[in-house]
Design a protein around this ligand. Structure first.
Ligand code: HEC
Length: 483
């Protein structure tokens, strides 16, 4: 007799009343009334279809003692949330309706703009449909033998990009539950490095004593750090000169990680320390103590960068957000002075912000590079995949469009009856694009274009590459044609 995985199921149903009964009665008991006309191997089940999705996109946050309110690892844990999972994943790029946010927190609009990003945890349309079908068809467990092996967690608060080579922590700070916003320096932290290394990725995360509980339903109830800036200084505490131009990413509420362009690894020096010139703290409604951990991975020894990253920004302070009005739209423009490969798109808004789009205007071409929902509880940086990063000729105009919802439908806003404008508090507003890019000489730009065109047919246009379709036009001529 061979082992039948259903026997295990029998045990969990309390039906292990003897082998004979299990063998004869179990298949009917387990599947009766659920199967419909669907053959068993076509049914959507937890073990076969749902678990692989949860492992890839959800469990890093949803496991015991993590930031999320519940673990999504066993069938017993997941089943009660079947409908909630269908709803949350079905929100897709929407930042959320009435305070219910899309899961996983990743808000790129799938209907417009470039779609390829590094480390993208979002679900495909098929995966979203699978979760919905599972919830609607009885949320079945399925065959335990289909269950993929569990994934190993590095520690309770999983690192998004895996285990860092070096972890540096800021000092701990405490915010009382009802404190007003606070800004200021919070000291420094030695890196402990004994030799120079080049940084390949940076993960920053807030570690606090909230345990997924919060006293507040508005912005960022799970975190006190609404921003933390950092600079690299020598052992004497003096910030290095090149830090002003290049800088490090700014940590923000619940922000995800930075994969630095492989050509532009960032130098971290022996004996250096991080100084934190500006923290912005916002209370959670509960007394909270926390610090920020900075996890760094390094390039192999001997690595040399070819270039450096620069800010590709754009912003306006002219914000006039009316009370009790949805769909308020504000634009900002900036002109690129150099040929630029845009490495990342990072919308920065505050509580009332719900969406940002980035368009490239070049000559008579207007292209949307990305649109993303915005949720000031989960700030996201979106890093373009290598073969999809926009290649923008000099004098391209970037248009940033921010959308604001200052009504009770946007739960991040504490009192939507108020007008609001530019300000540093999380309840004030901002409209900034904090992108990063690489500037290219005309020759380097031609090389990048040639590489990109290899996968295109002659004359083919792709979003984010206004010159890709013009294989015979030199960059210098092309850029001279723009005003
Ligand atoms: C970056 C961390 C993170 C990831 C990744 C993530 N979640 Fe969540 N999830 C949370 C947090 C924190 C909450 C609680 C705050 C909230 O409700 O928005 C939550 C809430 C939820 C809820 C609502 C629970 C309730 O009480 O109704 C559901 C359902 C959910 N997540 C499902 C998922 C699914 C399914 C995935 C993967 C497709 C996923 N989450 C990925 C962090 C995450």
């Amino acid at each position: 007799m061979t082992w039948n995985p259903r026997w295990k199921l029998a045990g969990s149903l309390g039906l292990a009343t003897g082998m004979a009964l299990a063998l004869v009665a179990l298949p009917a008991l387990v599947f009766a009334g659920q199967e419909g006309d669907v053959a068993p191997n076509e049914q959507v089940t937890f073990t076969k279809d749902v678990m692989p999705i949860l492992q890839r996109s959800c469990q890093r946050c949803h496991h015991p003692d993590s930031i999320a309110p519940m673990s999504l690892i066993t069938y017993e844990e997941v089943r009660p949330y079947a409908r909630a999972i269908k709803y949350r994943t079905g929100l897709r790029n929407s930042p959320g309706v009435a305070g219910i946010y899309a899961m996983p927190p990743w808000y790129i609009d799938r209907n417009i703009g470039i779609q390829k990003f590094k480390n993208d945890p979002s679900l495909s349309d098929e995966e979203i449909a699978t979760l919905a079908t599972w919830a609607d068809s009885g949320a079945r467990r399925g065959n335990p033998a289909d269950m993929p092996p569990p994934i190993a967690f590095i520690d309770a608060d999983e690192w998004e990009l895996g285990s860092p080579d070096l972890i540096v922590s800021s000092r701990s700070v405490t915010m009382k539950g009802q404190d007003s916003d606070w800004w200021g320096p919070i000291g420094d932290a030695p890196t402990g490095l004994t030799e120079d290394r080049y940084v390949a990725s940076i993960q920053m995360r807030e570690v606090n004593d909230l345990d997924g509980q919060t006293g507040r339903a508005t912005i960022g109830g799970l975190h006190i750090f609404h921003h933390l800036t950092m600079r690299q200084a020598g052992p004497d505490g003096m910030v290095y000169e090149d830090e002003a131009a290049q800088g490090w990413p700014t940590h923000e509420v619940g922000r995800n990680s930075d994969i630095i362009d492989p050509a532009a690894g960032k130098l971290l020096r022996a004996g250096s320390k991080f100084v934190f010139p500006s923290a912005h703290l916002h209370s959670t409604g509960t007394d909270t103590t926390g610090h920020v951990e900075i996890g760094l991975t390094f390039h192999p020894k001997g690595y040399q960068p070819k270039t450096t990253l620069v800010r590709v920004g754009g912003s306006t302070g002219d914000l006039d957000i009316k009370g009790m009005e949805a769909d308020q739209r504000i634009e900002a423009f900036t002109t690129l002075r150099e040929n630029t490969k845009l490495v990342s798109f990072e919308p920065h808004m505050h509580a009332a912000g719900v969406r940002m789009c980035l368009d490239a205007i070049w000559g008579s071409t207007v292209e949307t590079l990305a649109c993303a929902g915005y949720n000031h509880s989960w700030v996201r940086v979106y890093t373009y995949a290598e073969d999809a990063a926009p290649l923008l000729p000099k004098f391209t105009i970037l248009r940033i469009t921010g959308y604001f919802d200052n009504t009770p439908a946007n739960k991040n806003v504490s009192d939507p009856r108020n007008w609001s404008g530019l300000g540093h508090r999380s309840m004030d507003n901002m409209l900034i694009h904090i992108g990063r890019g690489i500037q290219l000489s005309d020759e380097e730009f031609e090389q990048e274009l040639a590489k990109r065109r290899e996968s295109l047919t002659e004359g083919q246009m792709v979003p984010g590459c206004p010159l890709c379709g013009y294989s015979k036009m030199p960059v210098t001529t092309a850029s001279n044609q723009t005003p």
